[in-house]
Design a protein around this ligand. Structure first.
Ligand code: PMM
Length: 277
């Protein structure tokens, strides 16, 4: 571990995300929230206009653009590093034009065949998540021989396909996709084995924030923590990911995670090397 990981703060400009749905649907509120996340220590802000919650309906392209573009352009103009969370090449292109610098595609280019060529042409950083289909189908696809081996080989194979499609190897950031076609046990197994994913040689991004396995842990059925009470469990898993050597953690609540990352940096022996904040 060579320093604390980057922190990606989440701004969902959606009415229906499980974690913060509806809170930042108005552009002014979304921009203010993005600025707050940066003031709290986020290195970049991830702006998304489509909920990936199990069972969510997809917005039209026009609606997705309407939600994200004003937020991306205002934040980018204010000097904030912005990633665009989208599976659509047309939305990614418009967001890059508006100042985003990273494309975060939970489908890793599988949802929209035009995405690979776009990212190759633009030469931007590209977050490629392990994905087994849109929300409506994902929970029925949470079946693995060995989740760690299967996700590792799928990500490795996907990265090779993307390179064959013209994307530079060093632009590809991998993400195991916590909660996407994964049971709670699958998520824990992946978290325990992050080092084997880091060993693939790509930068790794981890997004456990407010996911349901962090509501269930240690709680009886029916007594799970609701999404807004999962920031401490998120901070702990983010710190654990930091110790495994991930490049970036994606979180909704930045201050709690920053505290946990300070602890991880001290435990990892790098606290002295990090600029105090
Ligand atoms: N999770 C969500 C959305 N986008 N992107 C990446 N790269 N990794 C994730 O785990 C991920 C993501 C889930 O929805 P949220 O925006 O409410 O967290």
């Amino acid at each position: 571990m060579s320093g604390r990981p980057l922190v990606m703060g989440v701004v969902n400009v959606t009415p229906d995300s499980f974690s913060d749905g509806g809170e930042w649907l108005e552009p002014e509120a979304a921009v203010a929230h993005g600025r707050l996340l940066v003031a709290q220590g986020a290195d970049l802000v991830d702006v998304g206009g489509e909920s990936t919650r199990p069972g969510a309906e997809r917005p039209s392209v026009e609606e997705e653009l309407r939600r994200v573009l004003p937020v991306v352009s205002t934040l980018a103009a204010a000097g904030v590093a912005v990633s665009i969370d989208t599976m659509r090449a047309s939305v990614a292109a418009a967001a890059l034009d508006a100042g985003a610098s990273v494309v975060n595609d939970v489908s890793g280019g599988m949802a929209d065949p035009a995405m690979v060529a776009l990212v190759a042409e633009r030469g931007c950083d590209y977050v490629v998540m392990h994905w087994r289909g849109h929300s409506a189908h994902m929970q029925s696809r949470a079946v693995y021989d060995d989740v760690v081996t299967d996700v590792r080989s799928a990500l490795h194979a996907r990265a090779a396909q993307l390179v064959a499609g013209g994307i530079a190897l060093e632009r590809i950031i991998l993400d195991p996709g916590f909660g996407f076609a994964k049971t709670a046990e699958h998520n824990w197994a992946l978290l325990r084995s992050l080092d084997t994913l880091v060993a693939l040689g790509h930068r790794l991004l981890v997004g456990t924030s407010r996911k349901s396995f962090l509501g269930k842990v240690g709680r009886a059925p029916g007594a799970e923590r609701p999404p807004l009470e999962r920031d401490v469990t998120t901070a702990v898993t983010s710190a654990y990911a930091a110790l495994a050597g991930v490049w970036c953690v994606r979180v909704h609540d930045v201050p709690t995670t920053m505290d946990a990352l300070d602890v991880a940096a001290a435990l990892g022996g790098v606290a002295q090397e990090v600029e105090p904040r």
